[in-house]
Design a binder for this molecule. Structure first.
Ligand SMILES: *[C@@H]1O[C@H](CO)[C@@H](O)[C@H](O)[C@H]1NC(C)=O
Ligand SMILES: *[C@@H]1O[C@H](CO)[C@@H](O)[C@H](O)[C@H]1NC(C)=O
Ligand SMILES: *[C@@H]1O[C@H](CO)[C@@H](O)[C@H](O)[C@H]1NC(C)=O
Ligand SMILES: *[C@@H]1O[C@H](CO)[C@@H](O)[C@H](O)[C@H]1NC(C)=O
Ligand SMILES: *[C@@H]1O[C@H](CO)[C@@H](O)[C@H](O)[C@H]1NC(C)=O
Ligand SMILES: *[C@@H]1O[C@H](CO)[C@@H](O)[C@H](O)[C@H]1NC(C)=O
Ligand SMILES: *[C@@H]1O[C@H](CO)[C@@H](O)[C@H](O)[C@H]1NC(C)=O
Ligand SMILES: *[C@@H]1O[C@H](CO)[C@@H](O)[C@H](O)[C@H]1NC(C)=O
Ligand SMILES: *[C@@H]1O[C@H](CO)[C@@H](O)[C@H](O)[C@H]1NC(C)=O
Length: 859
């Protein structure tokens, strides 16, 4: 336990890299001796370059501790578990090229006045937490360290700051860290030996500076006279507005780049009145300092008073986060004409009014996240033309103000119900976790031509009321619509065209949207789509060709896929199908075989892609389900069956042939002639009528689509399989969306050589279907073409059919086809229907020659 604690302390305070708990060995030219209970410096090869000796029990380091290690550049002897640690005279004389020396956190360190002699190449010296007193700076311990750049004396007992004259010579000194000491005062003259030294960073944080004594500021003078402290960190000193004002007045004219006053106690806080908020005089003394960055975060400022920053005309960055700011008074930021970055996050702002950002002509970024902003009066951002980023995350905004066009606009975690009619034009637009319900808002957002990223995750998108179409040349590349309720939108056939114009979109998230089916053509137009996330929906079936060909990464995890066909995954390189509900029977073999040999990277562990049914296979990984038996079974059964059929059929045919021939010799002959004639005609017409766009229009009730697709489309339509030769037309694919339905039907009939009506119970109930039937039939009378093929599926009685006049008329003049009840007849049937499609039936009744000619010209 103690060990852990010490270890933790070591990591926090020492910030040392600890690769292993106990590692006492040479690692190439690195000697790694952490936690080795060493009491003396061990012997290491003379070419060692790094020597880590922290977390040991070495009490003493003296001139004989190290052999000559010419190449050593880094030595750590921090955090010894014994104290005091004594560094003797010339302890490091054998390490002439040492650059980094870490003696930090030794609790009590006794330094010989000559401890550091000879270290003329030392650049970094860490002496933090060693109970060192001001003598370390006031005496000449560091006289040889002519290369010193970084001196860390934080956490010691230094009570005053009057550095030795030797500091004049440390030309490269850039960073002095005196954090957590006890320096209570600093006046003109104290830092004379730092004069002319352009510091990068001077840290006097947490010293209770000017706190514990009554200051006579007039006598004190300018503590930074002739000093150039690039970044001056004075935070954590408990300064009130008064001390701040005195200090700023005192350093009047000293050039300072960056002032840090984080963790101050300025401001009256929330609900108090005894302390003041800074006002227009507080920072006035800095007017001539050329200050560019000011950090007064982590304090108690409640109200930003008028003109409080007016003298800081050069300021570019102002950090005010983590205060208690509730009020931005009128003209609070006046004078900050050069400010680029304003951080007001983590405050108590409840509303924005009074034109709060007045005067910020150059501002690029405003961070207002984590406030309580509910009301925004007027349009405070509208005139900030250079704005690139506004962060309003985690507020309580219900109504948007208007924004100028910008790069990044973050509005997540607010209470937006609708976007109103505000034009939002941002390259990166974050609207996650609001309460938006209308997918139509997306159409609206995509009116802005530059938007590239839109995040709408975790809203309530469940309806779609669009007033406008998405512009064609939009640049959207990333769209997150996860965790909404898009099922409710698409189930009502609303906004099915939402992605059609997004030709640049690369990433689309649709996870957790309760989707049970993917609407046909929903991804139509996503020609650049690379990554699609459909995880955590309820999809059980993926229609072939549903995904764009550019798709590379697909997440189908946590859906209800039963038995997907591998064809839909062909374009992918990464696929996640973990946690689905695979039904492991023979139909799944195509998938499992594909999975076994595919190059597609499968996400997740093998064990996460498992069967759910049948019960014997529940949770068994697909990779280990044995479905070998399937192939042989499938082959054997039909073989036995067909042998049986063959013999029986031969026998019966032989018998019936005799009977038929005897009784219907004449009819047989007529049949023969008809068939032969038809075959030849087919041949002719296949060429002559190729002018039609489609071979046939399939007319059926929408509810029968699944059946039609499996039974007919897959075997006839050329887009379903290369073996098929017909170009079919059907509503789900070929109808123009938005066009009047009846016009679609008429066009389909006119553009197709034949119209095949799949008459089922559903068909008869569907008014559109009967209408289409009627229309196709009317061509028989109006332009003398018999284009109608009627296929009855399922058991429909003659009576049921005859109830409908168009069907009655058809049945009276022509034969309809009946879908075979026996599966073995399906091929024959399909062959037959193919014939019918090709066959040109002319109405050859009692028409005269002239009429016949008209018919041929039409066709
Ligand atoms: C150091 O000493 C402690 C306790 O005496 C012991 O548990 C640990 O194993 C020792 N470490 C090494 C590297 O010898
Ligand atoms: C290091 O020690 C080896 C023998 O152990 C010696 O040959 C070599 O000269 C030494 N190198 C230096 C730089 O002292
Ligand atoms: C140097 O330190 C070692 C222990 O690390 C000690 O044994 C030795 O006596 C010391 N030498 C001198 C000269 O103090
Ligand atoms: C504003 O300050 C917060 C808190 O430190 C920080 O997380 C955020 O990144 C800052 N904003 C900007 C725009 O830098
Ligand atoms: C939004 O932009 C359109 C055209 O760009 C403009 O007609 C409309 O007035 C703007 N709406 C608002 C609220 O600025
Ligand atoms: C797919 O989505 C699931 C659920 O959100 C997630 O756990 C998984 O990491 C995703 N897979 C990939 C490959 O990103
Ligand atoms: C995967 O394929 C290899 C040969 O490519 C075969 O040996 C192995 O049995 C197959 N595994 C499964 C589960 O089908
Ligand atoms: C998998 O990759 C190898 C080598 O790149 C290639 O030969 C093989 O055809 C690929 N297999 C499939 C199914 O694409
Ligand atoms: C899968 O499950 C089996 C049995 O539970 C286990 O032995 C194996 O390590 C698991 N594999 C992975 C990759 O987790």
């Amino acid at each position: 336990m103690l060990y852990h604690l010490i270890f933790l302390l070591g990591t926090i305070l020492g910030a040392k890299e600890i690769f292993a708990f106990t590692s006492c060995y040479m690692h190439g030219r690195i000697a790694q001796y952490y936690y080795c209970n060493l009491t003396e410096v061990p012997l290491v090869p003379n070419d060692t370059i790094i020597f880590w000796l922290s977390f040991n029990k070495i009490r003493q380091v003296n001139a004989s501790s190290f052999p000559l290690l010419v190449q050593l550049h880094t030595l750590e002897i921090g955090t010894q578990f014994v104290f005091p640690v004594i560094i003797g005279k010339a302890a490091f004389r054998n390490l002439p090229n040492l650059q980094t020396l870490d003696l930090g956190d030794n609790k009590i360190l006794h330094l010989d006045p000559d401890a550091f002699v000879g270290l003329s190449h030392l650049q970094t010296l860490r002496l933090y937490y060693n109970q060192l007193e001001e003598s370390i700076l006031e005496k000449d311990y560091l006289r040889d360290l002519l290369s010193l750049e970084y001196l860390d004396l934080s956490g010691n007992q230094i009570k005053s700051l009057r550095p030795h004259r030797l500091f004049y010579r440390l030309k490269y000194l850039q960073i002095i860290d005196l954090k957590n000491n006890f320096i209570s005062t600093l006046c003109e003259g104290d830092l004379d030996s730092f004069q002319g030294k352009p510091f990068l960073l001077f840290i006097l944080n947490s010293n209770q500076l000017y706190q514990r004594i009554t200051m006579d500021w007039a006598k004190c003078g300018n503590p930074l006279k002739n000093i150039v402290p690039g970044t001056l960190d004075l935070g954590g000193n408990g300064w009130t507005v008064d001390i701040m004002q005195h200090f700023c007045t005192a350093v009047n004219g000293t050039p300072i780049e960056f002032l840090k006053f984080t963790h101050h106690i300025m401001g009256r806080g929330f609900g108090f009145n005894n302390l003041r908020d800074p006002d227009k005089d507080t920072f006035a003394g800095l007017a001539r300092s050329g200050l560019r960055l000011l950090d007064i975060s982590h304090g108690f400022i409640f109200s930003l008073n008028p003109c409080v920053f007016q003298s800081l005309g050069d300021l570019e960055l102002l950090n005010l986060h983590h205060n208690k700011i509730n009020q931005i008074q009128k003209q609070a930021f006046i004078g900050l004409g050069n400010l680029k970055f304003l951080n007001l996050s983590h405050n108590l702002l409840g509303e924005l009014y009074n034109d709060p950002f007045e005067g910020l002509h150059s501002v690029l970024q405003i961070d207002l996240q984590q406030n309580h902003i509910g009301q925004i009066a007027g349009n405070p951002f509208r005139n900030l033309r250079g704005l690139q980023l506004v962060d309003l995350r985690d507020n309580a905004i219900k109504t948007l103000p208007s924004f100028p066009a910008m790069n990044i606009l973050r509005l997540s975690d607010n209470r937006l119900i609708s976007l109103g009619n505000q034009n939002i034009s941002a390259t990166y637009l974050d609207l996650e976790r609001n309460r938006l319900t209308n997918l139509g808002d997306l159409y609206f957002l995509l009116q802005a031509p530059d938007v590239q990223f839109i995040f709408l995750r975790q809203n309530r998108l469940s309806l779609c009321d669009k007033s406008i179409n998405i512009i064609e040349n939009n640049q959207l590349v990333y769209l997150d619509l996860g965790e909404n309720m898009l099922k409710l939108v698409w189930d009502r056939s609303l906004c099915l065209d939402v992605f059609w114009a997004l030709s640049k979109l690369q990433v689309l998230h649709l996870n957790n949207n309760y989707l049970t089916t993917l609407p046909q053509d929903i991804f139509h137009g996503l020609t650049s789509l690379n990554r699609l996330n459909l995880a955590s929906n309820q999809l059980s079936h993926l229609p072939p060709g549903v995904f764009p060909e550019s798709l590379k990464t697909l997440n189908m995890s946590e859906n209800q896929l039963l038995s997907p066909a591998p064809e839909v995954f062909m374009t992918l390189s990464v696929l996640d199908i973990t946690h689905n509900r695979f039904f492991c029977d023979c139909t799944l073999t195509t998938l499992t075989m594909w999975l076994n040999q595919t190059n597609v990277t499968l996400a997740g562990s093998e064990n996460d892609t498992y069967c759910l049914l049948p019960p014997v296979f529940t949770k068994v990984p697909l990779s280990s389900v044995a479905l070998h038996g399937c192939n042989e079974d499938e082959l054997q059964k039909p073989l036995q069956f067909s042998l049986f059929i063959f013999t029986s059929v031969t026998l019966i045919m032989f018998l019936t042939a005799i009977v038929i021939f005897n009784h219907f010799r004449g009819t047989c002959f007529v049949w023969y002639k008809t068939i032969a004639g038809a075959l030849m005609k087919d041949h002719k017409h296949a060429i002559s009528t190729s002018a039609c766009k489609y071979d046939a229009y399939l007319c059926y009730s929408n509810r029968d689509f699944e059946w039609v697709q499996n039974s007919l489309l897959k075997h006839l339509d050329s887009q379903y399989s290369e073996k098929n030769r017909f170009t079919l037309c059907f509503e789900e694919r070929d109808f123009l969306p938005g066009e009047d339905h009846i016009i679609n039907i008429r066009d389909a009939i006119w553009n197709s050589r034949k119209t095949i009506c799949i008459v089922t119970r559903q068909f008869l109930k569907d008014g559109w279907c009967v209408e289409a039937f009627n229309f196709a039939q009317s061509r028989y009378f109006s332009d003398l073409k018999d284009v109608l093929i009627m296929v009855v599926v399922g058991s429909l009685s003659q009576y049921q059919l005859m109830k409908y006049k168009p069907i009655r008329v058809f049945v009276q003049r022509s034969q309809y086809m009946q879908w075979p009840e026996d599966h073995q007849d399906v091929d024959w049937f399909l062959h037959n229907i193919s014939h019918q499609i090709l066959k040109e039936k002319k109405v050859n009744k009692k028409f005269n020659v002239l009429e016949m000619q008209t018919i041929s010209t039409i066709s």
